[in-house]
Design a binder for this molecule. Structure first.
Ligand SMILES: [Zn+2]
Length: 481
């Protein structure tokens, strides 16, 4: 499963050139290869894909526990369906790839390659949903989507094709749909716990609400260059789609009603956020909960002791597997030093070294990826490996909380905002006008109003940061990927 990079080791430090550092880590760490022949359509490499599968399987079991069923819908959407919800069409038109020809013939109706699947799914929902007894209706699909973004592409963070899950629900009342939104937020929070990442859960301002939604709740994550990146999100669609698509049910009194809907998604962008959030100058740093291998055993081989060392490695591997640790013995012919570098780059939480000396002392040597500390563990206590992994998970999460705290600043006026807006997330006050929002972005070199805290009203602590009129919201502002 390993693709060996042509050149091991990261050649640039994060503080010197974060972008270059990121590009080196994603490629040399076996996460993604951008050198595909189509720009913005990248190749996810085996290790990167294995991390995605970890996230995928965790989220998949969470949604199934909540009664969501997986299904699969067509890749292409007739243009007329896209046109049914105007705002939705406006929001996606610029980045939708259209198929105009097939088999050498011009198509009578253009087909869109799905940028998201609301329209094709809701066409089907209208055929399926009949009665209040069918509700709530909860469907998810794991698939790829294509958005032909014209901005600079960045592996994982901004690509033209990405993998995701898109969940779609229909409910009989607005309250029920809103309750589902909070359930979804809870599930994404669990995934963020596994990612040892502290999010800012925000309700987006109208200007940045999903095309065709009443409101959107989105997980923003700060990364180490102090920009934020948008993680998973969920949208309250209200009846924006159920009206044009005619998704109706008979209520208990036999009256026809339109359903209330939500949609929600988590994508492979998360891998980019994970790397940019936790990585260090040696490469990626993966939290144990999502690391495909939580520990890698590297045999330290001496002439004449090869068999003894390998036997001990296998024995340790077996014991750890019994304890539920995801572990791999790297028995390739490379030098130990080469292997150390490679697993550091990939971000494996724990390296276990076993050599003749360790065998003599009846111990194994564990090296933590987070701080390089060496810990000797008696072969009688393999359970200590699991304990160390739990500690690493906690340490990383605590570090993430601290990163968010340390890079969050309050600003009472525009001068203060300009001073701090390059240093992470700014908490400030806003009157609610889109004009102020636009001006803030234009005059700060791109700092955007990302939203208000979800589920918790905050008291304003000054007037609008831009115009000085009375403020209506406490908002969070940041530059974003
Ligand atoms: Zn204002």
């Amino acid at each position: 499963m390993i693709i060996v990079s042509e050149e091991l080791g990261i050649t640039v430090k994060r503080e010197d050139d974060f972008s270059k550092w990121y590009l080196e880590v994603v490629r040399k760490g076996d996460f993604i290869d951008q050198r595909s022949p189509v720009k913005g359509f990248d190749v996810i490499l085996p290790w990167g894909y294995a991390v995605w599968e970890m996230i995928q399987s965790k989220f998949d079991s969470l949604i199934k526990e909540k009664g969501v069923k997986n299904a699969y819908f067509p890749l292409v959407i007739p243009e007329r369906l896209l046109k049914k919800e105007e705002e939705h069409l406006r929001g996606f038109r610029a980045e939708t790839m259209m198929i105009t020809e097939a088999g050498g013939e011009k198509l009578e109706e253009k087909l869109a390659v799905r940028p998201t699947s609301e329209t094709i799914m809701y066409y089907m929902f209208s055929l399926w949903i009949r009665s209040y007894k069918d509700l709530p209706f909860k469907i998810n699909q794991w698939c790829n989507v294509v958005r032909h973004d014209t901005k600079i592409t960045r592996p994982f963070l901004r690509g033209r094709e990405f993998l995701w899950q898109e969940g779609h629900t229909a409910h009989s009342t607005r309250e029920d749909a809103e309750e589902w939104i909070s359930t979804v937020v809870g599930m994404y929070k669990k995934i963020y716990d596994d990612l040892a990442t502290e999010p800012l859960v925000l309700v987006r301002p109208k200007s940045d609400t999903f095309a065709g939604a009443d409101f959107s709740v989105v997980f923003d994550t700060i990364v180490q260059d102090r920009k934020v990146s948008q993680g998973p999100g969920t949208h309250m669609l209200g009846q924006h789609f159920s009206r044009p698509f005619g998704i109706q049910y008979l209520d208990e009194k036999g009256k026809k009603q339109h359903v209330w809907q939500t949609s929600w998604g988590l994508s492979t962008r998360q891998l980019g956020i994970l790397i940019a959030h936790h990585g260090d100058d040696q490469g990626a740093v993966l939290p144990p909960a999502v690391a495909p291998y939580q520990a890698v055993i590297v045999p330290i081989v001496f002439k004449g002791k090869e068999k003894q060392v390998m036997d001990e490695c296998r024995k340790t591997e077996e014991k750890l597997k019994e304890l539920g640790v995801r572990v791999y013995t790297d028995d390739r012919g490379y030098t130990a030093g080469f292997k150390f570098n490679e697993w550091e780059l990939r971000g494996v939480p724990l390296r276990i070294e076993i050599g003749p000396k360790d065998i003599e002392n009846k111990e194994i040597t564990c090296v933590k990826r987070t701080d390089g500390k060496k810990v000797k563990i008696s072969t009688k206590e393999p359970g200590r490996v699991s304990v160390m992994l739990e500690e690493i998970q906690k340490e990383l999460h605590e570090k993430s909380r601290k990163m968010l705290r340390d890079n969050m600043h309050d600003a009472k006026d525009f001068v203060e905002l300009k001073n701090v807006c390059d240093r992470g997330v700014t908490r400030t006050n806003w009157c609610g006008s889109e004009k102020c929002e636009r001006n803030i972005k234009a005059e700060t070199g791109g700092a955007e109003i990302r939203g208000t805290l979800y589920g918790r009203g905050e008291k304003t602590f000054a007037d609008c940061v831009y115009c000085g009129d009375p403020a209506r919201h406490v908002v969070y502002i940041a530059k974003a990927y």
